[in-house]
Design a protein around this ligand. Structure first.
Ligand code: 7TS
Length: 453
């Protein structure tokens, strides 16, 4: 595998890193692709694509099944990827890392395999108003099936968790599970997992962390987070689709029932009964996404070469830059915390223009953003909106793309209001400006940080 364009350094060089990503060689509607939707999925560098091809061409076979050379080679690569992932999140042992299809499957695995057995009437599952459906729906469903109840940690006005509510929750039942994302996909909020882990353990509960938006963007240390489970997806961190990982504490994984049943996960099968294999095999029934797992390992190599701290810093700078530019633009409502307390994700709405229309207008400019509820319908209800626009950044994002985004938004606003003037700059305020307030048909100049309504 070739090296990356830059080696580990304090500040990454996004324009040079872009050269690693063949997708940026094309134009969209005659314009360079400005891909501002990395929270939904990231693009893949040549290093990962090359690894997939080389693996298939030279080392592919099914794993843990053959005694022939090729199978042993494939198994070594597959298990090598597991070791890389374990190091990437500072897991105490690679045997605690289970390959899954993605964060969604990892979280379902915990909800089913742990929740179905351990939850019952009188128990509480505590989630937050900020969860992606992947860490909300499984818990809502398993709670209903077992007679347990769901409780929500609410958001405050800046889009951050209001931990003041924690005191009252244990009075309502036995807290058995606390489930929270480390980084919110909808608002970019970075959540206080260490605190929540300590609180969960003080209640005798397990702490389940949805790391789908965190693992791509910041250094992860599952031991320092103090959690019991951590789920993440390769495709959001330069890796292939259909593979992810679930880390779990060994004693919990060992005590749990299996999730999928079939080949490879067994110790012994007779007509009467079956006993389970050791962790992680117990949770890896059937043929796994073998090449994808190997590609996941290559993605982790790539991120390590770029430098995870440098990626985090780069995204903070882009978040600050875009929040600053948008706050100066009339007609934009921004959601979520200030730049220093969020990852590279910016959610916003334009007055009088539906998010889908905004996304289409931007597409004509070659700018790709996501518009919708971001699989966070409870959060959208809390914000009082059906949908938002969301721009999200990664190691290959450059400030010029944010300039093009903001210019596209101005274009959209001008078209919607039938007005060709360039929006005037105004100081960031927490309220609608008086000038805008008096013209109900004009775009409003709303606060830059209004988050919950
Ligand atoms: N958790 C979070 C916080 C996510 O952002 C996502 C996907 C998932 C879980 C599920 O990951 P998957 O790889 O299993 O699909 N996020 C998004 C998004 O932001 N827009 O669409 C999917």
């Amino acid at each position: 595998m070739g090296g990356v364009a830059v080696t580990t350094q304090a500040k990454l060089d996004a324009p040079r890193l872009r050269a690693d990503f063949p997708i940026f060689e094309q134009q969209i509607h005659g314009k360079p692709l400005a891909y501002l939707d990395s929270a939904v999925s990231t693009h893949k560098p040549r290093q990962v694509l090359d690894k997939l091809r080389t693996f298939y061409e030279t080392s592919y076979a099914n794993v843990h099944r053959g005694v022939y050379t090729l199978s042993e080679r494939a198994t070594a690569e597959y298990e090598g990827a597991r070791e890389k992932l374990a190091r990437f999140i500072n897991a105490p042992s690679a045997r605690e890392v289970v390959f899954v299809r993605g964060a969604t499957e990892g979280l379902n695995l915990v909800a089913y395999a742990w929740g179905l057995v351990n939850l019952g009437p009188g128990d509480l599952v505590v989630v937050t108003e900020l969860e992606h459906h992947s860490n909300f729906v499984p818990w809502q469903y398993i709670a209903k099936r077992t007679g347990a109840e769901l409780r929500m940690i609410p958001l405050d006005d800046s889009g951050e968790l209001d931990l003041g509510e924690l005191d009252s929750i244990p009075r309502e039942g036995n807290v058995k599970v606390v489930a929270n994302n480390l980084v919110s996909n909808a608002l970019g909020t970075i959540n206080p997992i260490e605190k929540l882990s300590a609180w969960a353990h003080a209640q005798g509960a397990i702490m389940v962390v949805d790391g789908a938006q965190a693992a791509p963007h910041r250094a992860i240390d599952v031991q320092a987070l103090g959690c019991d489970f951590f789920a993440f997806s390769a495709h959001k961190m330069c890796g292939p689709t259909s593979v992810g990982a679930l880390w779990g504490r060994r004693e919990l994984l060992q005590s749990m029932e299996p999730f999928n049943l079939g080949g490879h996960m067994i110790r012994k099968v007779t007509f009467e009964e079956t006993t389970w294999g050791e962790v992680p095999a117990k949770f890896e029934a059937g043929t796994q996404p073998i090449a994808e797992a190997v590609g996941f390992g290559a993605a982790v190599d790539y991120l390590n070469d770029v430098g995870v701290d440098a990626i985090e810093q780069h995204e903070h700078e882009l978040a600050a830059y875009s929040l600053g530019k948008m706050a100066e633009s009339p007609g934009i409502t921004l959601y979520g915390p200030p730049a220093d307390r969020r990852a590279g994700i910016v959610s916003f709405n334009l007055d009088e223009i539906h998010p889908h229309d905004v996304a289409q207008i931007l597409d004509m400019e070659g700018v790709a953003i996501r518009a919708g509820h971001h699989c966070c319908q409870p959060l959208m209800a809390k914000l009082g909106v059906a949908a938002t626009n969301r721009a999200s950044f990664y190691l290959y994002t450059i400030p010029e793309e944010i300039d093009r985004l903001v210019e596209g938004l101005h274009k959209g606003t001008r078209a919607a209001t039938g007005c060709s003037r360039t929006p005037t700059r105004r100081p960031t305020g927490r309220t609608r400006s008086a000038a805008t307030r008096s013209r109900s048909s004009s775009p409003s100049a709303r606060t830059a940080t209004r988050s919950t309504r």
